[in-house]
Design a protein around this ligand. Structure first.
Ligand code: PMP
Length: 390
């Protein structure tokens, strides 16, 4: 078949390969990125859906493509509370933050344009941008997020840089958070270099300690930031609901692209989310989810500290769902998983190489702690550690 050139950049992902291991009941996988299903407010959502389906059938009808007005209002109120200057008209409801990545790529990228990212970065963003055939300019990242001196250097060498993608809060895959001074500097550099900034924040509300830092959108001085949020980690990912907040010049175009892509999000799901927010205290729900995840984070870090050799470093995420492990130079986490971790320790994780947009580093791994039982966390890390006896 004479497929489009862009398909040359579309291939199966490491994540898909990983899911093949899902069938082995003995295998303990730290590879997922799933929230804990025990934390979904299933009972409340059952009530809300039942109500919507038993009365006026409006929730089964088409609705405006930029989203159900009452849900846009709810989101705008939450964004204002988080320090952003935002009304319902500044909000586009999308199918999870993932759709925002696709739409932003479509909006901004010609083949060969440069996307600036953290190094490493979220694999799903690379998958979303790849069909637009961009080049990538990864920026060095440390425990405070993107290194601004390196960003300056990268931008000075990337005349076609147009889009800067970042996950500033509890990044996937590293769990790292960008410091406030760096957030401010990032905005200055975006202004200087005429960039659109894509701020992806699906984990923002899953903070386990410390104070919330200002969003890039709240620091935006020239309408350059598209802020993406998601209900996936605070309500339920199966509802496929997220949002984009942007200035009208950008938001109106994203809305036209959304109309072309899928007409609108599910009216029923948007109505359910809006009614859930009317009737129930989502903040109390998030507080409970945070407590559950915080305990799991503390547990995995404690077991790693106790059982792994000192030569394996790991991040201490202050929120989110992941810690990022760095093994000694020369250690290949993909090879180790194939030859030892899966067949002998019966443990899986995500080898880190796929998160690097240009030059893979092979000695890292992403470990998820949210989707598993305490027993599995302890057994999986302990089992793996017995094979790291150097
Ligand atoms: N961005 C990041 C950084 C993510 O980790 C994820 C999901 N794991 C997404 C976006 C997409 O999430 P959703 O589409 O479910 O909102």
């Amino acid at each position: 078949m004479r497929f489009a050139d862009r398909m040359g950049r579309v291939g199966p992902s490491a994540i898909r390969d990983l899911l093949r291991h899902g069938a082995d009941p003995e295998l303990i996988s730290f590879g997922g990125g799933y929230p804990d299903p025990a934390l979904f407010p299933a009972g409340e959502l059952h009530g809300v859906y039942a109500e919507l389906l038993s009365g006026d059938p409006a929730a089964l009808q088409y609705c405006p493509s930029d989203g159900l007005p009452e849900l846009r209002e709810h989101v705008a109120a939450r964004m204002r509370r988080d320090g952003m200057d935002c009304t319902a008209g500044d909000v586009l409801i999308i199918q999870g933050a993932q759709q925002g990545l696709d739409l932003a790529g479509k909006l901004m990228l010609n083949p060969g344009d440069t996307v600036v990212t953290e190094n490493p970065t979220f694999l799903g963003a690379l998958i979303a941008f790849n069909p637009f055939e961009p080049a990538y300019a990864p920026v060095r990242t440390d425990e405070d997020g993107m290194d601004m001196a390196d960003l300056e250097r990268v931008l000075s060498r990337s005349p076609r840089a147009k889009l800067l993608y970042t996950v500033p809060d509890f990044q996937n895959p590293t769990g790292i958070t960008m410091s406030t001074p760096r957030r401010r500097r990032l905005i200055e550099l975006a202004n200087e270099h005429d960039l659109l900034v894509l701020e992806d924040t699906p984990y923002r509300e899953l903070r386990y300690d410390g104070d919330s830092l200002p969003t890039l959108k709240s620091l935006d001085t020239e309408g350059r930031v598209v802020h993406l949020g998601s209900f996936s980690k605070i309500l339920a990912p199966g509802m496929r609901l997220g949002w984009a907040v942007a200035d009208p010049e950008v938001l109106d175009r994203l809305a036209l692209l959304k109309l072309a892509a899928d007409t609108q999000c599910s009216t029923l799901n948007m109505a359910a989310a809006a009614r859930y927010l009317d009737r129930h205290d989502i903040d109390a729900h998030i507080t409970a989810a945070r407590a559950g995840y915080r305990a799991k984070r503390d547990l995995i870090l404690e077991v790693l500290q106790k059982t792994f050799p000192d030569t394996v470093a790991f991040t201490t995420p202050r929120g989110g769902l992941f810690t990022w492990l760095t093994f000694p130079a020369g250690f290949d986490t993909a090879e180790f998983m194939r030859d030892v971790a899966v067949p002998r320790a019966r443990v899986a994780y995500v080898p880190g190489a796929t998160f690097f947009p240009t030059t893979p580093e092979h000695n890292h791994a992403r470990f998820n702690f949210s989707g598993m039982s305490d027993d599995d966390i302890v057994a999986g890390i302990t089992r793996l550690s017995t094979y790291l006896n150097w």
